[in-house]
Design a protein around this ligand. Structure first.
Ligand SMILES: Cc1cc2nc3c(=O)[nH]c(=O)nc-3n(C[C@H](O)[C@H](O)[C@H](O)COP(=O)(O)OP(=O)(O)OC[C@H]3O[C@@H](n4cnc5c(N)ncnc54)[C@H](O)[C@@H]3O)c2cc1C
Length: 578
């Protein structure tokens, strides 16, 4: 089972109007105008025929560590890697001069969701490989850029080496050392843990971007630099980086999570000393959006499975015949509580899909505009939204997968049915690439107030603009006023948060950061559902009405509670835990 193709197409073609947008770029128009539908259909076939069947095999087989830095992926992964490489799926949006497909991000997001929903443990291999290529394209010197082609066509794979035993959320604590040799060359020593794709046998060479500290560099993130550490050096000699073990983890068994030891490894600095975190952020932002897509796919696939099961599973009498012992049992989809669970999943996944694809489309819109100032606004909005996409969508996507298990009942908890694996696999999305709490801190304490709030203001204008057309045509349902009410309450709360931060009163704001992020996400989902409903009420009215009249009312309550309590000094004193 994979995500709902109908809503994917609606979001791409009707809501975000791919074909209108690509007319502004002659190459895009010529290439993708006639083929966009076909590409989605082909990607769906690949996902259904290759990725989905290999998902369960990958889970049961897992990666195997044979010692001496040899990590073996499940056998069926090799065929998928070959298809990804040959069909250009690794670098869908990238420059054809480097082996990319030059696909609009909006269309690529659709393909990516389909494939991620099919098997996201596998999709992490191409995902980080592409991100590594993009990092080198943007910041690498001419020698480093020579690797990009091989990354994009799958000859070499990529990773990201940030985490250490004492440096997880706080990367400022990174201890790996880099000693200067000559020119751009350094020698690195240290240990990195939890490294996805750190070692595997899909490719002969793997490129590692490693965060490390040059001797005498200042403490904290300011003292970090970034190094390119290839598994095999350009002269064919094996480098001093090894996988010394893999984690035995809850899910994504097909993806190796490796401990990597750097023992006099040769590394080439990317950018300048001290620029490590800034440069790494370009890779991390791409990875955060990739994880948001995993979160969406987790929820969306959960919904599809639950829907199918709810139509097939016969259990209990219809509530209208409850007292009639001789009445036939009905499919569980006829029970109102099951229907409520299903509409909860459906409205959330369709709203989150709108939001994530909207963000992807910001990149495309920035590319096709001639106006520098407008481009800056679009890029700013993507910057603002990135931690929200990662934090909110992974939380709510997981909530949907959990509800899917509820719809399955007891069998959902067993290995004979797919939800058990989905829930195990999906759980990591809320942790890696920065936990939900860390995304919330970034959003609340930094991104909401980028350019003194001007970026947020731009987003609010976009919300108005996207709905104005339907409002004027009287196509928005009556309950759009409830959305406006929630948006106003949220805007007021954000103003209060800004004041608190400015006056240095952090404690309560930080206590509520995750909750505020979730409220913002709910309002954004409501916006997306209203937008879809404005275009096609017959298709989206029930979801929009459910979410806005039920879920968003809870959100308004939470916003109210936080607003009332924001002036409290310390609502959870540490002494309570003594
Ligand atoms: C399967 C898997 C794959 C991974 N892949 C990679 C990879 O490819 N490359 C890589 O570099 N890393 C990777 N990681 C590491 C991952 O990014 C970290 O686990 C994650 O960022 C959290 O760091 P930590 O585990 O050290 O938790 P900690 O930082 O110890 O956090 C523990 C808890 O404290 C909270 N917390 C910490 N600091 C704060 C704060 N200042 N304010 C509020 N709350 C805070 C966190 O939200 C969390 O709930 C992976 C991890 C796993 C499990």
């Amino acid at each position: 089972m994979i995500s709902d193709m109908k809503d994917i197409k609606f979001t791409i073609f009707k809501q975000l109007k791919l074909k209108e947008m690509i007319k502004k770029d002659a190459e895009w128009n010529a290439e993708w105008g006639p083929t966009a539908n076909m590409v989605l259909a082909e990607t769906r076939n690949f996902a259904v025929n290759e990725l989905v069947p290999s998902n369960i095999i990958g889970d049961r087989t897992g990666v195997r560590f044979h010692g001496d830095s040899f990590v073996e992926v499940p056998e069926c992964y090799h065929k998928m890697w070959k298809v990804m490489s040959e069909e250009g799926y690794i670098a869908m949006t990238e420059d054809p001069d480097f082996g990319g497909m030059n696909m609009p991000h909006l269309l690529a997001m659709g393909c990516s969701e389909l494939m991620t929903g099919g098997n996201f443990a596998f999709m992490m291999y191409p995902g980080l490989t592409r991100a590594m290529g993009n990092l080198l394209l943007e910041y690498g010197d001419h020698v480093q850029k020579d690797y990009v082609h091989d990354l994009f066509n799958g000859n070499i794979a990529g990773t990201m080496l940030l985490t250490e035993p004492d440096a997880g959320s706080d990367l400022g604590a990174v201890k790996t050392e880099a000693a200067h040799q000559n020119d751009s060359e350094y020698v690195l020593n240290g240990e990195k843990i939890f490294i996805s794709n750190g070692e595997h046998n899909l490719t002969d060479n793997i490129l590692h971007p490693v965060l490390a500290r040059i001797e005498d560099a200042p403490p904290g993130t300011k003292g970090l630099s970034l190094f390119l550490v290839p598994k095999v050096l350009m002269n064919g000699v094996k480098n001093g980086i090894k996988c010394t073990g893999i984690e035995h983890k809850m899910g994504i068994h097909g993806n190796g999570t490796c401990t990597m030891t750097l023992n006099n490894a040769t590394g080439y600095i990317i950018g300048k000393p001290g620029e490590g975190m800034r440069i790494m952020f370009s890779l991390m932002n791409e990875a955060r959006i990739m994880v948001a897509s995993q979160g969406l796919a987790t929820g969306a696939v959960g919904y599809e499975y639950a829907l199918k099961y709810a139509k097939e599973r016969i259990q209990g009498r219809h509530y209208s015949n409850f007292a009639d012992q001789s009445a036939d049992s009905v499919p569980i989809i006829q029970h109102p509580d099951v229907k409520r669970n299903l509409i909860h999943m459906k409205s959330l996944t369709e709203g989150m899909r709108g939001l994530l694809y909207y963000a992807a489309n910001l990149i495309d819109r920035a590319k096709v505009t001639d106006c520098e100032m407008y481009r800056g606004k679009l890029e700013g909005m993507l910057d603002l939204l990135t931690p929200l996409l990662k934090g909110y969508i992974t939380e709510r996507g997981y909530e949907c997968a959990d509800l899917a298990m509820q719809v399955y009942g007891g069998v959902g908890y067993t290995q004979e049915f797919p939800i058990e694996q989905l829930v195990r696999d999906g759980r990591i999305t809320r942790i890696y690439e920065g936990t939900t709490g860390i995304q919330a801190l970034t959003l609340i304490a930094r991104n909401l107030f980028l350019k003194k709030g001007a970026v947020l203001f731009d987003l609010l204008i976009e919300i108005e603009k996207t709905l104005a057309e339907y409002k004027t045509a009287d196509k928005l349902p009556r309950f759009h006023t409830e959305f406006k009410f929630a948006l106003d309450k949220l805007s007021h709360l954000i103003t209060l948060v800004g004041q608190k931060l400015q006056s240095g009163h952090l404690e309560t704001v930080l206590t509520y950061a995750t909750k505020i992020m979730m409220c913002i996400g709910d309002v954004m989902v409501a916006w997306q559902l209203l937008w879809k409903c404005g275009i096609d009420p017959a298709k989206y009215n029930v979801q929009a009405r459910y979410f806005i009249l039920h879920e968003l009312q809870n959100t308004v309550g939470v916003i109210g509670t936080i607003t009332e309590n924001i002036n409290e000094a310390d609502i959870i004193p540490e002494s309570v835990f003594k």
